[in-house]
Design a protein around this ligand. Sequence first.
Ligand code: CU
Length: 163
Amino acid sequence: MSGRVAPSARLGRAALAGAVLLVLAGCGAAAPAGPPITVTGAWARPALEGNPTAVYMAIHNAGDVEDHLLSISVAVAASAEVHETVREGDLVRMVPRQRLPIPAGGTAVLEPGGTHVMLMKLGDALEIGDSVAMTLGFARGGTVVVNATVQEGAPAAGDGAQE
Ligand SMILES: [Cu+2]
């Protein structure tokens, strides 16, 4: 019986602690930079000139507030979009996303079969071993330059953690 009371009491305290944290974050608003965003394990699929290709990566948000990926600029392609892969029965569609959320203290994972960055109309062929420089723009975290390695498949699990 008392077991029912204790968890909710604990929850209440956790919520209070959260409120205090928010207030503290508000006090620190003088700091110019947003929450630190880092990107690991970026890679792109090889593709021919004029074709599209996909880029994958993990975007980490060490901050206490959700951030959003708003823009991608890249020299090697005509444009870049964030796509979400949507399955409807046997049909697989790619849907552009204007704002990709990066959860507070979390990671947005862009991987094959899921969310990815699509480079449209490559100005040059991408071959294995090439590097694709991209500048990602975030709502709070400013800009982050990413170099995606061109390779056939994802790096082995755990590679990203060592960067
Ligand atoms: Cu796509």
